[in-house]
Write a protein that binds this ligand. Structure first.
Ligand code: CP3
Length: 345
């Protein structure tokens, strides 16, 4: 077999490739009919994630249909609180429900001792994926960034503002920092084990970075991400990490400086003409197609692909959405997207 190095990894080493490699956040999921069929085999979502036969199949489904450059492990960021002993449930239409942590006592019930053991099926899925994925496809592992995990653990559910989590940080800063440290420690162990099992890239999802008020940014977002990046850089210097601080907008240049991130996934609210002059050209960028443009398709999709390719040509660039694919997306539009990306002048 001819070994071909994944395009995505070349870009993450600083190479500019045209057309850019592509993968899509939430590329596996409900917009795919074959995913909906597979999900019926296991109605409990966490059990689905922890069953290697199913998780491996869900990871591979989008690559069977589309010429994507990477697979992202099928799992969820909330397996971390679950494996720490918190109650985590997924109910159709309601999003995740956790038993919220609101006191030092709640926090002290969390348990790191059996953490990695509970996550063993995830590492088994990664090992299997590496044996079946073609060598030109990169395998992406991931975790929630500490603030986003903290936000779900304290709030107990998805929220527009995560106000309970924000208030907890203000009124009990010592407990909040203690919980943050605990989450950082767990995330370090989790990512180490993913890398040892075979993932080649890490994406850190900070989906709720945008709700953090200015006075808390250093403690809630920058410091924990800086810690994780230093840890990974020291232990696995060959593994690139892509950071996705969704919603922090004009603070992206500061985020890069304060965390030391070198690869950034950007959302679709960012005005690239304002942002890019402030970003050093060696920084690797990913994103930022609005998922609603993929729902709409057609000419709008063509124009947006062209705009993004042109604006981001000065950086090593990986094509992606600015957030996950939404379930209403016609799956034919993903075929269109890849065709346009590969054939457009
Ligand atoms: O294809 C992939 O992207 C890989 C798998 C993946 C999932 N979740 C599967 C999933 C990844 C990388 C995630 C990350 C994740 N999970 C994030 C960060 C990215 C983002 O979207 O901001 C967050 C915040 C979560 C938490 C989460 N999981 C929520 C809020 C929900 C409910 C909302 C929804 O879309 O249903 C989930 C459930 C979830 N995670 C589903 C999938 C495919 C839907 C479950 C189903 O009904 O089958």
């Amino acid at each position: 077999m001819v070994y071909s190095y994944p395009k995505m990894l070349k870009v993450l080493k600083g190479e500019k490739i045209s057309p850019p490699p592509i993968w899509l956040m939430r590329q596996a999921g409900r917009y795919l009919p074959e995913y909906r069929t597979l999900r019926q085999k296991c109605p409990d979502f966490l059990e689905f994630c922890f069953t290697p036969d199913l998780a491996v199949e869900a990871t591979l489904q989008p690559l069977r249909r589309y010429d994507l450059d990477a697979a992202i492990l099928f799992s969820d960021i909330l397996v971390v609180p679950y494996a720490l002993g918190q109650k985590v449930e997924f109910h159709e239409g309601k999003g995740p429900q956790l038993s919220p942590l609101r006191s030092r006592n709640d926090i002290s019930n969390l348990d790191l001792d059996s953490f990695l053991e509970i996550l063993l099926p995830v590492f088994e899925s990664i090992r299997r994926l590496r044996t079946v994925l073609p060598t030109e496809k990169a395998l992406i592992g991931f975790a929630g960034a500490p603030w986003t995990i903290f936000a779900y653990m304290v709030e107990g559910n998805t929220s527009r503002t995560f106000s309970q989590a924000v208030r907890f940080f203000y009124h009990s800063p010592d407990d909040a920092r203690y919980l943050m440290d605990f989450i950082c420690e767990a995330t370090e162990r989790y990512l180490c084990a993913q890398i040892e099992a075979g993932v080649q890239v890490i994406q850190l999802f900070d989906s709720w970075a945008g709700v953090v008020p200015y006075p808390l940014l250093e403690d809630a977002v920058y410091a924990p991400v800086r810690r994780l990046l230093r840890f990974l850089q020291h232990k696995f210097p060959h593994i690139p990490v892509i950071c996705f601080p969704k919603g922090i907008g004009e603070k992206l240049p500061l985020y890069l400086q304060t965390t030391g991130a070198t690869a950034l996934s950007i959302d679709y609210h960012v005005d690239l003409s304002l942002l890019l002059p402030q970003i050093p050209s060696h920084i690797i960028l990913q994103g930022a197609l609005d998922p609603q443009v993929l729902v709409v398709g057609g000419k709008t999709l063509e124009q947006e692909i062209s705009r993004l390719k042109k604006s981001l040509a000065g950086h090593p660039y990986i094509f992606n959405l600015g957030h996950g694919i939404v379930p209403e997306t016609p799956h034919e539009h993903v075929t269109q997207l890849i065709h346009i990306l590969h054939h457009q002048e």
